[in-house]
Design a protein around this ligand. Structure first.
Ligand code: CDP
Length: 228
C-alpha cells in the first residue's frame, strides 16, 4: 500500500481505539498518535502545579510552560508521552488523572493548544490518530474515519483488567463510574464534543477478536486507497 493516508479513530472511553490504532500503524508502517495522552499529560501538569483551570489567565500561563512530545521506547519501539522532557506514559494512566482529564479537555484554550500540535503531526500523512474529535475537528478531511464502539459492560471489564494489573486496589465500580462520567462530559461539552463524523464508518468490536477488528479496518484502508 504505497499511497499514505490519514486514519482517524474516535469513540467512547476504553472501546479499543488505541489497540486498533497501534495494530494499523504497525501493519501499514504509519505513525500512531494517542491524542488522549496529550490531554492526560496536560492534566498531570495542572494537578502537579495546582493550576486553577477555571481561571483563563492561569490556564494560558500554564500552557506556555508545557512542552509535549512523543518519543519511541527503545526496547518496545512504542511511542511514549513526554511532558517537559519527563516520560509520563505510565503515570498519566492513573485514575487520579482519569478523574479530571475530561474537565480539562473541555477547556477551549487547552483544545486549541493540543489540536494545533496534532494537526502538525499529520502534514506528511501516514498517520493513525485516536481520540474524540480527530475525524470531526483535527482532520475533517481524513481519507478514512472510524468511529468505534463496544458494549458498556465489555468496556468496563477491559479497562478494569488493564488498571488492576497496575493497581490491585482499584475497584470495578470506580472504573465503571469514571468511564460513564467521561463519556458524558466528552459528548456534552461545548467545544468539539465527541460525536460520529457524518462520513465515519462504525466499528463495534464487542464480539470481535483483535485480529478480526484489524482485518475489518484493513479492508476499509484498501478501499480508501483504491478510490483516493
Ligand atoms: O483510553 P481512553 O479512551 O479511556 O481515553 P484517552 O484516549 O486516554 O482520553 C482521555 C480523555 O482525554 C478523554 O476522556 C477526553 O476527555 C480527552 N480527549 C479529548 O477530549 N479529545 C481527544 N482527541 C482525546 C482525548
Amino acid at each position: 500500500m504505497s499511497k499514505k493516508i490519514i486514519i482517524t479513530i474516535d469513540g467512547w472511553s476504553s472501546c479499543g481505539k488505541s489497540t486498533l490504532a497501534k495494530q494499523l500503524a504497525k501493519k501499514l508502517g504509519y505513525v500512531y498518535v494517542d491524542s488522549g495522552a496529550m490531554y492526560r499529560a496536560i492534566t498531570l501538569y495542572f494537578l502537579r502545579n495546582h493550576v486553577d483551570w477555571t481561571d483563563k489567565k492561569e490556564v494560558n500561563a500554564a500552557l506556555k510552560e508545557i512542552h509535549l512530545d512523543f518519543r519511541p521506547n527503545e526496547q518496545t519501539s512504542a511511542s511514549e508521552m513526554y511532558l517537559n522532557d519527563e516520560n509520563v506514559e505510565y503515570v498519566i494512566r492513573d485514575l487520579v488523572i482519569a478523574e479530571k482529564v475530561s474537565d480539562i479537555a473541555a477547556i477551549k484554550e487547552v483544545r486549541t493548544f493540543a489540536v494545533a500540535q496534532q494537526q502538525k503531526m499529520g502534514t506528511k500523512k501516514g498517520v493513525v490518530m485516536d481520540g474524540r474529535d480527530i475525524g470531526t475537528v483535527v482532520f475533517p478531511k481524513a481519507e478514512l474515519k472510524i468511529f468505534m464502539t463496544a458494549d458498556n459492560a465489555v468496556r468496563v471489564e477491559r479497562r478494569f483488567k488493564e488498571m488492576y494489573e497496575k493497581n490491585p486496589n482499584v475497584t470495578i465500580e470506580e472504573v465503571k463510574s469514571n468511564l460513564e462520567m467521561r463519556d458524558y462530559i466528552d459528548s456534552h461539552r461545548e467545544v468539539s464534543p465527541l460525536k460520529k463524523a457524518d462520513d465515519a464508518l462504525v466499528l463495534d468490536n464487542t464480539n470481535l477478536t483483535p485480529a478480526e477488528q484489524l482485518n475489518k479496518a484493513l479492508s476499509w484502508v484498501k478501499e480508501k486507497i483504491k478510490t483516493k
